[in-house]
Design a protein around this ligand. Structure first.
Ligand code: NDP
Ligand code: MG
Length: 370
């Protein structure tokens, strides 16, 4: 029987690659719904090709060839076996919760969902018996390595180091948007690409890993690995280390997440060769140069609304940077200032999370004068 799937964010980097995977595995999937934001032209093209029953976009009246519905309606539709949440930013949180409440499994790319509300999302998924299968390559790697989480002593998350790994602090201070978006390994949406340049992305991933695998922050380590071949690793209590290795392609973790627990040849383009890779390098991250990593880990340790504050201030500052209104390091400075003045609430409700998110975004814009 075909697996019934919906994709939130089908026009984005993850969404488009997911459709490439599904195209290769046509006999395995039936698409129930596709959802985009503003790019209805591409969405309509996807509708013509993949023929979903339902579709969603910021402007519903522009949708052609499928019944237009809201994200929430898609996630309430129990025809779905799985929903790939690949929208960017805070927009992913509510639909994810709706899907979990309806007992639908989630392939989760949208890390903001867990950064903002991991303490709500993960227990809810457990209560409803819903699988949350990570798409983020590092977490997907860890998911593939873990047999018994109770025997795992440490998670080791790898980071490519981004475009500024070998650049000076001075270079980073003066970095243009173009230089920041020139990621050496991954072709992704703009927001996550800026986060990868500051290493905020790795910080968000530490928080994501904490929630996904219920692991103490002291037991999550980040290591820079420029080749992006080792996608992450775990250390068992007896010192044995298991890593997941492969060529750097998001098709693999996307396919793993949506076909789990099955595996298919699918979109695999090339066989892996250690001899061709020849060498793998590792080094500790420079947390003075990449202060965002430290800030994010601190926010994670504080917990509660601290990570909501971190996420909201970072996202607003990244948007301002992308619009050319501020410098790269202003992002980190503003996050730090917001974190310093934020009054943390432990165990915030969903409504409180959205309220804090809104408030921090306003304050960040005010602070940056944008
Ligand atoms: P993109 O910016 O490429 O895509 C974002 C998607 O979200 C687009 O389809 C966009 O639609 C849609 N979207 C934006 N706003 C709305 C809205 N209000 N309602 C509905 N849809 C909306 O991002 P990525 O694909 O790079 O990333 C998506 C998520 O996956 C992020 O959370 C990111 O952190 C995570 N991720 C991405 C990786 C990657 O390799 N790209 C790797 C690991 C995680 P439209 O374009 O039509 O406006
Ligand atoms: Mg990642």
């Amino acid at each position: 029987m075909k697996k019934k799937i919906s994709i939130l964010g089908s026009t984005g980097s993850i969404g488009r690659q997911a459709l490439e995977v599904i195209e290769k595995l046509q006999d395995k999937f039936e698409i129930i719904a596709l959802a985009a934001g503003g790019n209805t032209e591409l969405l309509n093209e996807q509708i013509r090709k993949f023929k979903p029953k339902y579709a969603s976009a910021s402007n519903l009246s522009e949708i052609e060839g499928a019944k237009s519905v809201s994200l929430d309606e898609i996630c309430s539709n129990t025809e779905n076996d799985i929903i790939l949440v690949a929208v960017s930013g805070k927009i992913g949180l509510r639909p994810t919760i709706t899907a979990i409440n309806n007992g639908i499994d989630i392939a989760l790319a949208n890390k903001e969902t867990l950064v903002m509300a991991g303490d709500i999302v993960m227990p809810l998924a457990k209560e409803k018996g819903v699988n949350i299968i990570p798409v983020d390559s590092e977490h997907c790697a860890i998911h593939q390595c873990i047999k018994d989480i109770s025997q795992v002593d440490k998670l080791i998350i790898t980071a490519s180091g981004g475009p500024f790994l070998r650049k000076s602090v001075e270079d980073m201070k003066n970095a243009t948007v173009e230089q920041t978006l020139a990621h050496p390994r991954w072709n992704m949406g703009k927001k996550i690409t800026v986060d990868s340049a500051t290493l905020m992305n790795k910080g968000l991933e530490v928080i994501e890993a904490h929630h996904l695998f219920n692991m103490d922050y002291d037991k999550i380590e980040v290591v820079v690995h420029p080749q992006s071949i080792v996608h992450s690793a775990i250390e068992y209590v007896d010192g044995s280390v298991i890593a997941q290795i492969g060529l750097p392609s998001m098709h693999i973790p996307i396919q793993y997440a949506i076909t789990y627990p099955e595996r298919y040849e699918g979109i695999k383009s090339k066989s892996f060769s250690f001899a061709e890779i020849a060498r793998l390098d590792f080094e500790a991250p420079d947390e003075d140069k990449f202060k965002a990593l430290r800030l994010a880990c601190e926010a994670g340790r504080v917990g509660g609304s601290a990570t909501v504050c971190l996420n909201a201030s970072n996202e607003e500052a990244v948007f301002a940077f992308l619009e050319g209104k501020i410098k790269l390091f202003d992002i980190i400075d503003s996050v730090e200032k917001m974190m310093d003045t934020h009054k943390v609430i432990q165990n915030p409700t969903l409504d409180e999370i959205f309220e804090i998110d809104r408030e921090i975004r306003e304050k960040t814009k005010e602070l940056l004068g944008v």
